[in-house]
Design a binder for this molecule. Structure first.
Ligand code: BGC
Length: 354
């Protein structure tokens, strides 16, 4: 009995704090739970801090949690958010398929859920999805390779290797799908060849999008298929953390005169120097400030009892039906436009990229 009362006191104190009702605090417009996957990769730190700053500016209290890329941790963080009385949840999932049970609790409690960047699958608790146009990200990478290799005019064959991200991340289906819709016809035609034979989505996945896993997979690919002097012409890498693993593997295990054209995504600080020195050809830039701003707009509309702005009601079916979505636009960044896209826009300072 004593224990129960003590727990109740803790819970009450927690929700009072969460609701911004601590002495001296201005009255909050409500508590928004923001569940982010990991602090290991640069972008999620930016997403989290952009969301927190922009929501606070609008008068909300923010309950921001990172889950160390562990889906059980993320589920229990969300459970706590619900128990603490958070009024709306913004969730960038780790494993899109593992949040059904906890989000059913959110639905039961009448708490709206916005899936952030990654779609949450097989649950009817998701009200909205906000992301970049993920199919366009993959298509942009594929088209970049087609142009850079001049596949329309050259016969090749050119050697290509492929790497994507975590199989639990629904975005992978769109990144891989968008790129392969462009590249597959050239593979079928024989202009593009994949010497490792690793082409299927399962074979080219990278657990947790980890740079070291990408690096060791490519060390194996290079020693098994390219050690005899076979040139590697191109690498379709779905994002920058995996592209970095490829660049690292090449630096130590590949000395051919032909250096591959490598794609990426996010314009991570660690990758921009590679774009500048030519060891990574391009990255797809997704301005996380724009995504955060859009999600804040959505939150504000929902909290006011209205409908959130969306611009896509066809593409993202999470297994329970189409989730109304807002898709922000990604852009291709190379050495030619990085200054305008990344520095003039105020995303990075020149110093950060030294
Ligand atoms: C995001 C990418 C990111 C990747 C790894 C994906 O879901 O859309 O921007 O590179 O996760 O964090």
């Amino acid at each position: 009995m004593k224990k129960k009362i003590a727990l109740l006191a803790v819970a009450t104190a927690m929700s009072a704090a969460a609701l911004g009702m601590v002495a001296g605090a201005e009255e909050s417009k409500g508590v928004i739970g923001v569940a982010m996957p990991t602090q290991d990769l640069q972008r999620w730190n930016q997403d989290g801090s952009n969301m927190k700053a922009q929501l606070e500016e609008k008068g909300y209290t923010v309950d921001l949690q990172y889950a160390g890329n562990d889906s059980a941790t993320q589920a229990s963080q969300i459970e706590n958010m619900i128990a603490n009385g958070d009024q709306l949840l913004v969730v960038a999932s780790i494993d899109g398929d593992s949040l059904g049970t906890v989000l059913a609790q959110a639905k039961e409690a009448g708490i709206p859920v916005i899936a952030y960047d990654r779609l949450i699958m097989n649950t009817d608790a998701v009200s909205y999805y906000a992301t970049f146009d993920n199919y366009l990200v993959g298509k942009t990478q594929g088209e970049y390779l087609v142009e850079a290799l001049d596949l329309e005019n050259q016969d090749g064959p050119f050697n290509l290797e492929i790497i994507t991200g975590d199989p639990g991340d629904n975005n992978v289906n769109f990144f891989y799908g968008g790129a392969m819709d462009v590249l597959q016809p050239y593979i079928d035609e024989g202009k593009l060849v994949v010497p490792s034979g690793q082409i299927s989505k399962e074979e080219v996945a990278t657990a947790n999008w980890a740079t070291d896993a990408a690096q060791s997979r490519f060390e194996n690919i290079l020693s098994s298929n390219y050690a005899d002097g076979t040139p590697l012409h191109a690498v379709l890498a779905s994002n920058d953390s995996t592209a970095l693993g490829v660049v690292n593997a090449l630096a130590a295990n590949y000395s051919n005169d032909v250096y591959p054209i490598i794609t990426g995504q996010d314009c991570d600080i660690a990758n921009v120097p590679h774009i500048l020195d030519g060891t990574q050809a391009m990255s797809v830039f997704k301005d996380t400030r724009a995504l955060a701003a859009k999600v804040v707009e959505m939150v504000d509309a929902i909290m006011a009892g209205g409908e959130a702005p969306v611009n896509d009601t066809e593409t993202y079916d999470n297994g329970t039906g189409i989730i109304p979505s807002y898709l922000c636009e990604p852009i291709a960044v190379t050495i030619d436009n990085y200054k305008e896209a990344l520095i003039d826009s105020g995303y990075y300072t020149e110093d950060q990229l030294q």
